[in-house]
Ligand binder design. Structure first.
Ligand code: M1P
Length: 243
């Protein structure tokens, strides 16, 4: 006998990246949360998550892992947090990337310090939605963020860097990624994420699960929140015996 844990990434999985959750999906998901074990895991800090999904939903899930698992909240209370400071040499390296990137615009807040990690963005976290979309499109062609993560990992062996949302990369000490949560899993689980490929910020969860040789779990690589909603709808129908 087991009680399934449903684990969800947020940006690109429950909401468009850094945007609010669709209202109808929010209500549907709230009902789901009330009768299932649900965990959330995001590269973002809790303030951003709450802005996107609402405080009611955030406090109703069993666990909310923020900052790639470096902070854990339960029903709104902080349970643990990781302390870490970006080494000065890495900061200089990021500043060099900022100077040298061929992308022509900078809008501010390029190196954002979060508990246990740093978020780095060439266009800057202060960009508008339109400026965000413009950078995302450019980066899809130039693969700049992947190049940065590769260079950072080669230069600083103690660090890891991954592509998360649309405009930034997440940087943390090696091992302090989303894969951390695997050690806290006490039952079968299903994971939903949009960055499950190698180099994406959901990949460490899959990798950690494979290393531990955990069996009977499922990973859903989604292309957006509508995909997630459709999969959940069919899970609910199957569980209810309606196929
Ligand atoms: O959770 C995914 C990512 O969401 C945001 O990314 P971006 O602003 O680039 O779309 C960031 O909060 C990032 O840290 C996070 O990994």
């Amino acid at each position: 006998f087991f009680i399934m844990i449903y684990i969800f990434d947020i940006d690109g999985t429950l909401t468009p990246s850094r945007n609010k959750m669709d209202e109808n999906f929010h209500d549907f998901f709230m009902q789901f949360v009330k009768i299932h074990r649900v965990w959330l895991i995001s590269g973002s800090d809790h303030t951003k998550t709450i802005e996107q999904i609402g405080v009611d939903l955030w406090t109703n899930v069993e666990k909310a892992y923020q900052c790639s698992g470096n902070q854990l909240f339960q029903r709104g209370s902080l349970i643990r947090t990781t302390d870490w400071e970006l080494p000065i040499a890495t900061k200089w390296c990021l500043e060099k990337f900022l100077e040298q990137s061929k992308y022509p615009h900078r809008y501010g807040n390029h190196i954002e310090t979060r508990p246990g990690m740093v978020n780095f963005s060439i266009v800057g976290r202060q960009c508008t939605q339109e400026q965000r979309e413009e950078y995302f499109k450019w980066d899809n062609e130039h693969k700049e963020r992947f190049k940065f993560t590769k260079e950072l990992k080669e230069r600083y062996k103690g660090l890891d860097a991954v592509v998360g949302g649309e405009i930034s990369i997440d940087i943390y000490p090696r091992g302090k990624d989303k894969g951390q949560i695997i050690d806290e899993i006490d039952d079968k689980f299903m994971f939903f994420g949009d960055k499950l490929s190698l180099g994406g910020n959901d990949y460490p969860i899959k990798h950690a699960s494979q290393l531990k040789q955990l069996k009977g779990n499922e990973f859903f690589h989604v292309r957006g929140w509508k995909d997630t909603r459709n999969i959940l709808t069919s899970i609910i129908q199957t569980n209810a015996g309606v196929v």
